[in-house]
Design a protein around this ligand. Structure first.
Ligand SMILES: [Mg+2]
Length: 240
């Protein structure tokens, strides 16, 4: 589909990695491109604050990347929400992650060079981008951890990584929750994402009468195309 121009009555929900930011060899090596913060600031102004970040990243990581902005959104795939007034809320049914998971994984991957463990408040990720030969091993070790915890946690594939997250934490849930209050309420939700975990968010936006846009399928490119789209001037300011 052709991507429509952003409209003033939209509420925009944006994934971070692979959508606004180009993927990097390590999750801590992503680069925030020049101009992105200004683009987002402009969008916030134009949409009355209805711009949210919906990411698998922890909130503090997202805030550091987008500083000085502290946008509303869903963090840890929606495990934690920040509403339009800046209030933080954690899903009250979120299960505690077993305390031995991170140390067990750290010990396991000590002999797997290039595999990176990323821990989050409510989940964890094993990245194999720099060591694709360990892909199957990283999946298997996470599946082994999940045994007996299937009701609470699930394994999902991501870009060159496998992630364990709480089943109740989804990007769709984050979109639905944020859409219930100002400044999102009564706007048309538009979700942009690139990954398996984003499909929930796209689906939620569509179910609320909005759009779910996929970086690969709809933008036919990468984050650079998404950033250019976000930076488009308002139609009434466009050159004739
Ligand atoms: Mg992504």
């Amino acid at each position: 589909m052709a991507i429509p121009a952003i409209e003033d009555h939209w509420a925009v929900f944006l994934d971070l990695d692979g959508t606004l930011l180009d993927l990097a060899p390590r999750p801590d090596a992503v680069v925030v491109p020049t101009g992105l913060i200004a683009t987002l600031e402009g969008l916030v102004q134009r949409l009355g604050g209805a711009v949210a970040i919906v990411t698998g990243r922890a909130r503090d990581v997202a805030d550091t990347l987008l500083a000085p902005l502290m946008l509303p959104g869903g963090f840890g795939h929606g495990a934690e929400l920040r509403d339009g007034a800046g209030r933080i809320r954690t899903i009250d049914t979120i299960p505690a992650m077993p305390a031995d998971w991170a140390p067990r994984l750290a010990a396991e991957i000590a002999t797997w060079p290039g595999v990176i463990l990323e821990t989050k408040p409510h989940g964890l990720v094993l990245h194999h981008r720099a060591a694709p030969q360990w892909k199957d091993a990283t999946r298997d070790v996470l599946l082994a951890l999940l045994r007996g915890h299937d009701d609470d946690f699930t394994l999902m594939p991501a870009h060159m990584a496998f992630e364990i997250r709480p089943r109740v934490a989804t990007k769709g849930r984050a979109v639905r929750a944020l859409m219930q209050a100002a400044p999102f309420h009564a706007r048309r939700p538009v979700f942009v994402g690139d990954d398996v975990t984003d499909e929930d968010g796209m689906e939620a936006a569509r179910a609320l009468g909005g759009l779910g846009l996929h970086v690969g399928r709809d933008f036919h490119g990468g984050p650079a195309q998404v950033r250019a789209w976000l930076a488009q001037p308002e139609a009434r300011h466009a050159a004739p």
